[in-house]
Design a protein around this ligand. Structure first.
Ligand SMILES: CC(C)(COP(=O)(O)OP(=O)(O)OC[C@H]1O[C@@H](n2cnc3c(N)ncnc32)[C@H](O)[C@@H]1OP(=O)(O)O)[C@@H](O)C(=O)NCCC(=O)NCCS
Length: 226
């Protein structure tokens, strides 16, 4: 009986030390989550119950092992975190400060992704590659970027600072800073706070279906005139 009590006390002490270490070392990340999720009710709620934070903590530990080239352990930690959180962050990715994944399920961050400070990812967001090429094949995300639910950012492209990627957008080309991108393929609808008239924007009109419809409309008009 005394032995069981001792084991319990030791386990509780380990848990307490773990919580103290997490709240000290990951203070900025926990505060960032609290700040960016209006539903967050308190520091300890975020620390104990947010899968995005747990995935990030696991990533930071896994990344350490990756950097010292203990790849198997790095990947093992990443896969255990994926099992518990549904979030897969490759230990080779480089992630800045105050990163937050809201809800989280289905988020994938590829090996050569680079993520700046104060970035927010919603569930289902993917920072992925476009093929089986070696080397840098995943996106570089600037500071203060929000990537909406289900959005896919693919390839070795750059998303500029302070940009928003809309929910379910598929982004395959560079995004300048201070832009809002929506749709498939992604097109810029706002830049530096100003709306972009898509019909006048010949640089970012990427949707081939819309382009074909517009061409057909022009032809019908021409034929009607004749
Ligand atoms: C893109 C987004 C950031 C809005 O940015 P915004 O600057 O406020 O843009 P607006 O709401 O003025 O919309 C601009 C245009 O894009 C369209 N739009 C907005 N979001 C879109 C989306 N995800 N997909 C396609 N079109 C979208 C709007 O209908 C509007 O079109 P219009 O100009 O033809 O009327 C936002 O809609 C979004 O998708 N955020 C992601 C949030 C998210 O994933 N939340 C998950 C919480 S669980």
């Amino acid at each position: 009986m005394i032995c069981m009590t001792n084991i319990l006390i030791i386990l509780l002490a380990i848990a307490a030390v773990k919580l103290i270490l997490i709240s000290v070392f990951f203070y900025a990340d926990i505060r960032a989550a609290q700040k960016r999720d209006p539903a967050a009710k308190g520091f300890f709620e975020v620390m104990l119950l947010y899968p995005g934070l747990h995935a990030l903590i696991s990533y930071r530990i896994a990344h350490f092992f990756y950097r010292v080239k203990i790849f198997f352990v790095a990947r093992l930690i990443s896969q255990i975190a994926r099992f518990f959180t549904g979030i897969e962050i490759h230990p080779g990715a480089k992630i800045g400060k105050r990163f937050f994944i809201d809800h989280g399920l289905g988020v994938v961050v590829g090996e050569t992704s680079i993520i700046g400070d104060d970035v927010l990812l919603y569930q289902g967001a993917t920072l992925g590659g476009t093929g089986i090429v070696q080397g840098k094949r995943h996106p570089t995300i600037g500071n203060n970027v929000v990537i909406g639910a289900g959005a896919k950012v693919l390839g070795d492209i750059v998303v500029g600072d302070n940009s928003y990627i809309g929910a379910n957008a598929v982004v395959i080309k560079d995004v300048p800073p201070n832009s809002t991108v929506v749709g498939v393929p992604g097109r810029i609808t706002k830049q530096d706070g100003k709306k972009i008239d898509v019909s006048l924007d010949h640089v970012h009109v990427l949707d081939p279906i819309m382009q074909t419809i517009e061409e057909l409309q022009d032809r019908v008009k021409d034929l009607e005139k004749k």
